[in-house]
Every structure is written in structure tokens, then in C-alpha cells.
Write a protein that binds this ligand. Structure first.
Ligand code: AMP
Ligand code: GLY
Length: 428
């Protein structure tokens, strides 16, 4: 079967790498892809905002499944357009993708379905926002309602920070994504990400992961898309996972289906593990990046079969996916200046050496320059990923490989996995 994969980051390289291992794959096309994805797919140019052009491509190339990596095309309704044309799509329609597209939509759904989450208020003006801050007090969390590339959330420890965040949003910093905002209660606990596949009815748990959002060691500095991750996140124990499934994920899937907007695709629940149990922080309508990279390194099942069964509402009929019990860990190599102004064009070499050492290096923000060499072209550039019998062993293997990559204009965090490694050490 021919598959079209949309996206260009490390998440999509990991998906392409895994899709390519399936005996069911005919030809893989990727738009726009990247030099790593090019090892597994034919790269094509497609404007994903032009739904008719994407449908035409699918007709012309006998595409049997479209896998949508990032959230923007989903929130834009590409899934609806492809389904209307008869193509199976991995990824939700526009209405259920509002779980990621609108923080207020998700909070209201939680309220309707009695799902544990932080107390909140939706606000549409500066005055309403400031009044809500008065009621909540600091610490408090302020979120632009729409997609803001991970930059729309402020965890304010003081009232002054909170006021500045609300002022920023209503001064137009996030454009249309900040026409509305959510002010919510500050939750305390450790975070974990939980991934499930659902076709609107059946729910198939995949695995847990934890990422590191701050740019600097020890969780310091500004937020990023994620500087590294590992899976599984054992802090989400089997008991807590069952609780998250029963109290958060299942009522979400049931409610959306009952309301006539069933969710199909991967549902990524960002959880806060509080003293009162797991609470929902946010939903994403796609795989995490770089969480997908560690999930794919652990996945032993056929990814084509899983994603196709999801797209064709056959999840209940297939065997549960198998993940290696061995943890996987990924270290993001970012370009100097990330997340503000990453330096572009930095030369990269040594990827083959790192892979010969046993790691898998996913391309996240690279391109091939005029001389045919791989150079940096984005903020997050490479994801050096490895498995081991423990998180510590996976971490050691990943950093050994990082040392073999030559990327003078890059940097990474040196403490990926530190929480879990401390727990492993304490358990000895
Ligand atoms: P989000 O984009 O909603 O995942 O928020 C980004 C980050 O902000 C999360 O990963 C958390 O670290 C933090 N965060 C979001 N909501 C809350 C909350 N209610 N309480 C504490 N931290 C939060
Ligand atoms: N790594 C966080 C995300 O993909 O949203």
C-alpha cells in the first residue's frame, strides 16, 4: 500500500523509519519531508493548506493511507477533506482536533464530562482576564486559547507575571490564537505524557513518556518544543495509567463520539500526577515531538497495520501493540540560539558514526546544502535516540552517540532522563 506522510520533523522521520519496516508498505511519499526521511520516502512538494491539491495527489498516486504528523493541518480540517474524498487518514477531523486547537474547548469538555483537570475560566478581554486573576491569585496559569507553537502558556508564580501574560495575549502577541484565553488553577506534581490510539470507539493504549520542555539543564530557561524525552515514564504506574484511561481518556472519547464528532487518531494526554490523582493539563491531536521518537524505537508491532486499523475504525479487531520493555531515550541537538533565534546553516557530520555505535539519529531540522552536505535548518536539528536495559543505560548510549556527532553550532541538554535515573538509583 502506498502511504503519504505529512510533516518534516524528527517525529515524522521516526514515523517514516518505522513505516518503512512494514512488509505492507508499497511506496512511501513524504511532504515536505527532510534528508533523513528521504532515506525511506520519495519527497514531494505539496501545499497542505490546499486540500484539493492533496486529494489530487492521493488519487494520482493510489494512496491507501495519509499519515498527518503535525497538528496544524488537522486543526485546519485536512482530515475532513481527505475522508470526504474516500481516503483513510491517520489523524482527527477538524471538530475533534479542537482538543488541541482550543484550550477553552478542552476545558469545557472536561467540565461536561466530569474529567479531572485544573479549575479554569475562559476570558475574552483584558478586563475579564484581570478579574479572573484576582479570583485565582498567584501562582496561576494563563493560556492563549489557540495554537501558539507551544509558546502560549505562562505559568505565573507572581501576580505581576500573570498580569503581564494576560496583557500580552490581549495586546495581540499570539494573533487570532489569543483572541481568547484560559486562566487556570496552578497544579502541582510531576508531568507525564500518555499516548493512546482511538478510532472513535475502541481505545488502544500505546505507552507513556516524559519530555523536558525547558531549554537548560535542571529545567531552567525558556520553554521549548522539547529538548529530550524517554519512554516509558514509570512515574505513570499501571494503577495511575488505568485511572487516567478510565477518568480522562475514555470519557473524552465517549463524549466526542456521543456529540457526533468522534476522534480518530493518536490522542496525546499531558497529565499532571497530583496528590489527588492524574489531572489533564492538555490534549494534543498528534504524536509528541520528541516523544514519538522514543515510542517508535520501542514499538515492535507493525506501524502500518496499527495506523491503518485506526483510520479504518478496526482497532478493536487487531492485536494490542507490543512495546519493548527496554526504555528508549532521545537527546535533542538544537542550533545555538534556540528557542529564540537559532543559527541556521551549521555543518553536521558524524551521524553514521553515531549510528554505527548503536544509536538511531532522527533528522528534525536539517537540509542538504548545495554541496550535498547535511546542515542545520531549524531550531531542533537532530534527535539522537537509543535504547538500553534501563533509562540510565539508554541515556549513556544516547550521549555516547551525541559525542560522535560533530555539530559545532549545536548544543543539547546534558541531563535528559534525570528524574527517572534518580528513581532507578534509589531503587537499587
Ligand atoms: P501546555 O501547552 O498546556 O502543555 O502547557 C505547557 C506547560 O505548562 C505544561 O507542560 C506544564 O508544565 C505547564 N502547565 C500547563 N498547565 C498547568 C497547570 N494548570 N498547572 C501547572 N503547570 C501547568
Ligand atoms: N514535546 C511536546 C509536544 O510535542 O507537544
Amino acid at each position: 500500500m502506498n502511504i503519504l506522510l505529512l510533516g518534516s520533523g524528527g517525529r515524522e522521520h521516526a514515523l517514516a523509519w518505522k513505516l518503512a519496516q512494514s512488509p505492507r508498505l508499497g511506496k512511501l511519499y513524504a511532504a515536505p519531508g527532510n534528508p533523513g526521511i528521504a532515506d525511506h520516502a520519495q519527497l514531494v512538494t505539496l501545499d497542505v493548506a490546499d486540500h484539493a491539491a492533496v486529494v489530487r495527489f492521493c488519487v494520482d498516486h493510489a494512496i491507501g493511507l495519509v499519515v498527518v504528523g503535525p497538528e496544524a493541518p488537522l486543526v485546519d480540517g485536512l482530515g475532513d477533506s481527505l475522508r470526504a474524498a474516500g481516503f483513510p487518514v491517520f489523524g482527527p477531523d477538524k471538530a475533534p482536533a479542537q482538543l488541541e486547537g482550543s484550550k477553552g474547548f478542552t476545558k469545557d469538555l472536561c467540565a461536561r464530562a466530569n474529567i479531572p483537570t485544573a479549575g479554569y475560566e475562559r476570558v475574552t478581554s483584558l478586563a475579564q482576564g484581570l478579574a479572573a486573576l484576582d479570583r485565582f491569585g498567584a501562582p496561576v496559569v494563563i493560556k492563549a486559547d489557540g495554537l501558539a507553537a507551544g509558546k502560549g502558556v505562562t505559568v505565573a508564580m507572581t501576580m505581576a507575571e500573570a498580569v503581564a501574560a494576560v496583557e500580552d495575549i490581549f495586546a495581540g502577541r499570539f494573533g487570532a490564537a489569543g483572541a481568547e484565553a484560559v486562566v487556570e488553577e496552578f497544579l502541582e506534581g510531576e508531568e507525564a505524557s500518555f499516548f493512546v490510539l482511538t478510532d472513535g470507539t475502541a481505545i488502544v493504549p500505546l505507552a507513556s513518556a516524559q519530555d523536558h520542555k525547558r531549554v537548560g539543564d535542571g529545567d531552567t530557561g525558556p520553554n521549548t518544543g522539547g529538548m529530550g524525552s524517554y519512554s516509558p515514564a514509570r512515574v505513570l504506574t499501571p494503577e495511575l495509567e488505568a485511572q487516567a484511561l478510565a477518568q480522562i481518556v475514555a470519557p473524552t472519547v465517549r463524549t466526542l463520539a456521543a456529540e457526533g464528532t468522534p476522534y480518530s487518531g493518536v490522542l496525546y494526554a499531558g497529565l499532571m500526577l497530583t496528590e489527588q490523582g492524574p489531572k489533564l493539563i492538555e490534549y494534543n491531536a498528534r504524536f509528541g515531538d520528541p516523544e514519538c521518537q522514543v515510542l517508535m524505537l520501542r514499538l515492535e508491532s507493525d506501524l502500518v497495520e496499527l495506523l491503518l486499523a485506526c483510520a479504518q475504525e478496526r482497532l478493536a479487531e487487531i492485536a494490542a501493540p507490543v512495546f519493548s520493555p527496554d526504555p528508549a531515550l532521545t537527546v535533542v541537538l538544537a542550533a545555538s540560539g534556540y528557542p529564540d533565534t537559532p543559527v541556521k546553516g551549521g555543518a553536521i557530520s558524524g551521524i553514521a558514526l553515531a549510528e554505527a555505535d548503536g544509536a538511531k539519529v532522527f533528522h528534525a531540522g536539517t537540509k542538504t546544502d548545495d554541496a550535498g552536505k547535511i546542515v542545520a535548518s531549524g531550531g531542533r536539528v537532530l534527535n539522537v535516540t537509543a535504547r538500553g536495559s534501563t533509562v540510565r543505560a539508554a541515556r549513556d548510549a544516547a550521549y555516547r552517540a551525541v559525542a560522535l556527532v560533530d555539530f559545532a553550532d549545536g548544543f543539547c541538554r546534558n541531563d535528559i532522563g534525570y528524574r527517572e535515573i534518580a528513581r532507578e538509583d534509589a531503587a537499587i
